[in-house]
Write a protein that binds this ligand. Structure first.
Ligand code: NAP
Ligand code: ZN
Ligand code: ZN
Length: 346
């Protein structure tokens, strides 16, 4: 077994602290990665606090992983020692169901195996990227460009693909008005990617102080949702809204901003179930949809697109012992725009 250092939550709602554990030896199809950076996703907070139910403790969160390949198994063909690699939100799936065969492993009929807070095929708990080493089957590992700053690439593995996938699925681009609700980790990537694909992007935020940043990130317009005049001006105007809000909120408020046949895509996962008024949907044939991260093939396409277009996340790099404070700041919406842990601080 391989000894690993990490940070774990011992129980729900208890602060994270140092934790030692072991990972499997590198098998014939495995890649061992020395983790250099790991992004901090709001899903880490939801799961550490057991807000979605069923959390497994101790929990080593982290699914925005980048680092250097230090060992590969005998049958590995896609990766070489010394190269850069990434790991996102899942490390395995059944590989045989229609979703897996279509490259949509995140929608696996049996259930994808989460990078953390999951169980592998032997039933052992999976541990994530707040750690210095990880071993993953090569089919679930991504190639990472050495042309981009690595800390800024880490968040692409979740925040990037989670916003890229719906933009691709709904073919969002030139001629579309795109609303991005919530300017955090996912939101700021939705702005960068949506603008890069040619959409006219409006950020809808509770934080007036984020206006200047929104424009720097590529947004064309900014609406403070507490200002009724600004909200009225965008009623019935959006083709698409990507909703990234992590906490309970009023879905009807945002649905009214869609035009005829407009679609609001939920990516944020507040723990509480929302109430939706049928009138808000039927009066303009609006659609309410959801989207979960992205498959391995699409994640690689997104990483390649970002490398080609020089797109990375705007990050605040932190030492791992700052993680509990980072969570508190994220809950207040005070992140610009992704915390990324420098694993050298472990
Ligand atoms: P984040 O960085 O904390 O950003 C969330 C943003 O939502 C905040 O910055 C804030 O933006 C806004 N917000 C927070 N509380 C709000 C409230 N009560 N009312 C209105 N707006 C509020 O979180 P994240 O990492 O982007 O994740 C966002 C959500 O997506 C989480 O629920 C996470 O679990 C989920 N997620 C889903 C997937 C998927 O596959 N679907 C993947 C990753 C994450 P403003 O300051 O601009 O208002
Ligand atoms: Zn995530
Ligand atoms: Zn499957």
């Amino acid at each position: 077994m391989i000894p690993v250092k990490g940070y774990a939550a011992p129980q729900a709602k208890i602060p994270l602290g140092p934790f030692k554990f072991e990972r499997r030896e590198v098998g014939p199809h495995d890649v061992q990665i020395e983790i250099q950076y790991c992004g901090v996703c709001h899903s880490d907070i939801h799961q550490v606090r057991d807000e979605w139910g069923g959390s497994i403790f101790p929990m080593v969160p982290g699914h925005e992983i980048v680092g250097k390949i230090t060992k590969v198994g005998d049958h590995v063909t896609k990766f070489k020692v010394g190269g850069l690699a990434g790991v996102g939100c899942f490390v395995d799936s059944c590989r045989t169901c229609p979703s897996c065969l279509a490259g949509l492993e995140q929608y696996c009929d049996v259930g994808m195996i989460g990078t953390y807070n999951g169980r592998d095929k032997e039933g052992h708990p999976t541990y994530g990227g707040y750690s210095n080493q990880i071993v993953v089957d090569e089919n679930y590992v991504l190639h990472v460009s050495d042309k981009l700053p690595l800390a800024g690439v880490a968040p692409l593995l979740c925040a990037g693909i989670t916003t890229w996938s719906p933009l691709q699925e709904w073919k969002v681009g030139k001629g579309h008005k795109l609303g991005v609700v919530g300017l955090g980790g996912l939101g700021h990537m939705a702005v960068k990617l949506g603008a890069s694909l040619g959409a006219e992007v409006t950020v809808l935020s509770t934080s007036a102080t984020k206006k200047v940043d929104a424009e720097k990130l590529g947004a064309h317009h900014f609406v403070v949702t507490s200002d009724p005049e600004q909200v009225k001006a965008v009623q019935g105007t959006f083709d698409f809204i990507i909703n990234t809000i992590s906490a309970q909120h009023e879905y009807n408020f945002y649905l009214q901003l869609l035009k005829l046949d407009g679609t609001m895509i939920l990516v944020g996962v507040p723990p509480e179930a929302p109430q939706v008024s049928a009138f808000n949907l039927i009066m303009k044939r609006r659609r309410l949809a959801g989207s979960l991260i992205g498959g391995i093939k699409e994640t690689q396409e997104m990483l390649d697109y970002c490398a080609e277009h020089g797109i990375t996340s705007d990050v605040e790099v932190i030492n791992i012992d700052y993680i509990n404070e980072a969570y508190e700041r994220m809950i207040k919406g005070d992140v610009r725009y992704r915390f990324v842990i420098d694993m050298a601080s472990l």
